[in-house]
Design a protein around this ligand. Structure first.
Ligand code: ATP
Ligand code: MG
Ligand code: MG
Ligand code: MG
Length: 477
């Protein structure tokens, strides 16, 4: 089953059940103080909070998402992309827990011939919020799931919010057991690699006034209506339906991975570190393409900086695979071809998109050349002074001012027989990170009043964008 077919099947199922199908909102909004759409619910916040009356009581969609805080997982787990598509169904004051659970279960377990996704009941486990007897009871009594496959977890796992003031609620999550060869027995509470999270059913029922962390927040009171917000990762369903090892090997991503393998002259599946790099490249190229398509341009701040880092990480990974020549023309065109049936704009806007991608790669290749010259001089000076170690501030300057990656500095220094003062470098990085965090906090504060959420969905094609972790700025390279 192709990724596009799964999306279509999902929408058809909910359309049949009286849901209005709505198009994906943009990955970014017009509001510069917020970063990206991190989940399907973000464009619906005005309806969930009741600030704007929902124009329909049921909706379903496939929402484009970017999650930069998953970047360290990409290529290492089977299931985390920086870009992914979230299948969602929504009830605004209509059905609640029992409706959400029974719809999800029916779609997952109905045979493919009858329009479902054709999964086996025995492969699923679920979690519910620790005090949510109602949801546990629905799973047991209405669905008939055995007691031992219903687990109860706390706020860290079974409470959903965006990380900022706004709507939130306890949730119930559906996990797929990939089998004993992928990890320990004991359900999702024991092993989230073997038991892969597939679908999150959020019972949106309260307004959060202050959010200090995932588990530490204040509940201001109940929402005017009880709503349903669900999210299922399209790529995760695809990896299961296509019988591949991970999401990077599904049909919308794999072609880029294969092209990177060809360009490198290496083999996928031979060396673990190389395999991770191939998966990172395939993920980042797609994310970059989708961000460019939604109007982001590489730059040194905000969203543009995130995009720049994704693109530069791609170039860096290709170099570590032995390719120094430009690769974006090939890789971006491959990603376009894999994604264009779902997003035709990738083809119609191609001249602009490829122009931006190619220019960014050229700039970075120049940066690398310039940084290498500066580093060579610094290394020669260090040696001349009879020292064994390149000073931390020199490495930091290369990183901070010239965008020259620290791992490259370490590698080249080592080839020259020198160390790098990593402790001093890390201290400087930490200081920079603290500055970035303070900056992010002051931006977040501007969003404290949920009444500022505008109704982008009603206004047209752009969408409200959630805020994600700015730490990416210091972690990516
Ligand atoms: P995980 O625990 O696996 O990181 P999550 O709990 O962070 O997932 P949710 O915020 O509950 O994810 O999002 C709803 C659904 O979206 C998930 O159940 C999953 O199917 C999908 N999803 C979340 N993050 C990603 C990602 N980075 N890449 C692909 N799919 C994702
Ligand atoms: Mg996650
Ligand atoms: Mg989770
Ligand atoms: Mg979840």
């Amino acid at each position: 089953m192709k990724t596009a077919d799964i999306a279509q099947r999902y929408l058809s199922y909910f359309e049949k059940n009286e849901h209005t199908i709505v198009p994906s909102a943009s990955l970014v909004s017009d509001d510069p103080t917020v970063m990206f759409t991190i989940a399907g619910m973000v464009p619906f916040i005005p309806y969930l909070t009741g600030v704007v009356p929902a124009p329909y009581s049921r909706a379903a969609d496939v929402q484009k998402c970017i999650r930069t805080n998953d970047i360290e997982e990409v290529g290492k787990t089977v299931r985390h992309g920086t870009f992914f598509q979230m299948l969602g169904n929504w009830s605004f004051g209509d059905y609640f827990k029992e409706g959400a659970i029974t719809y999800a279960w029916e779609l997952l377990t109905t045979s493919e011939a009858d329009g479902g996704l054709g999964f086996q009941e025995k492969d699923f486990w679920v979690t519910v919020y620790e005090t949510d007897d109602e949801a546990a009871d629905i799973w047991r009594r209405v669905i008939g799931l055995p007691e031992e496959r219903i687990q109860r977890l706390g706020r860290a796992d079974n409470y959903w919010h965006t990380g900022q003031p706004g709507p939130g609620g306890p949730d119930s999550e559906i996990f797929f057991d990939r089998g004993a060869e992928f990890g320990r027995d004991g359900g999702p509470a024991a092993d989230d690699n073997r038991y892969m999270e597939l679908w999150n059913l959020v019972f949106m029922q309260e307004l959060l006034s202050d959010v200090r962390s995932q588990v530490d927040f204040d509940i201001a009171g109940p929402l005017p209506k009880k709503n349903i917000d669900t999210g299922m990762g399209l790529e995760r369903v695809a990896l299961l339906k296509q019988g591949v090892a991970n999401m990077y090997e599904t049909d919308q991503i794999r072609p880029v991975l294969d092209r990177a393998v060809e360009l490198s002259g290496k083999r996928y599946g031979a060396v673990h570190e190389d395999d991770v790099r191939f998966r990172v490249i395939a993920d980042h190229v797609r994310s970059s393409l989708m961000l460019l398509s939604d109007g982001v341009k590489p730059s040194n701040e905000g969203r543009g900086y995130v995009l720049r880092r994704l693109m530069r990480r791609t170039v860096r990974a290709m170099r570590l695979l032995g390719v120094d020549a430009p690769v974006f023309p090939e890789l971006f065109a491959t990603s376009r071809d894999a994604m264009k049936s779902a997003y035709p704009v990738l083809e119609t806007d191609w001249t602009r998109l490829s122009g931006l991608a190619v220019a960014e790669e050229e700039t970075f290749l120049r940066t690398l050349a310039q940084g290498s010259t500066i580093l060579d001089l610094a290394l020669a000076d260090t040696k001349k002074a009879g020292k064994q170690t390149l000073a931390g501030p020199e490495a930091f300057l290369l990183h901070d001012t010239y965008g020259f990656p620290i791992d490259l500095t370490l590698e080249i220094a080592e080839e020259a027989g020198l160390n790098v003062d990593r402790t001093a470098f890390d201290t400087l990085m930490q200081e920079q990170r603290t500055r970035a965090k303070a900056d992010a906090k002051s931006r977040k504060r501007q969003l404290a009043d949920v009444s500022v959420y505008r109704d982008f969905r009603a206004l047209g094609e752009t969408g409200f964008a959630g805020y994600t972790d700015l730490d990416i700025e210091s972690r990516v390279l």
